[in-house]
Design a protein. Sequence first.
Length: 63
Amino acid sequence: MDGFGPGQTLASKWDAAYGVVVFVRVLLGSLPGWMKWIIGSLLAVVDLYEGYRWWRRRETAVR
């Protein structure tokens, strides 16, 4: 690792996820609370739907 200068460090695998979370918090930080709840609810519904679709595909692959 001699090629790296003193100001460069290797990123951990969680740095990208942390960056996304910080970006979303800053993006939604100025919105009113009711809008945050609507956006969060929509994301939760999409997440549940995708989980259901994944579960159904997994179930049909076993048969």
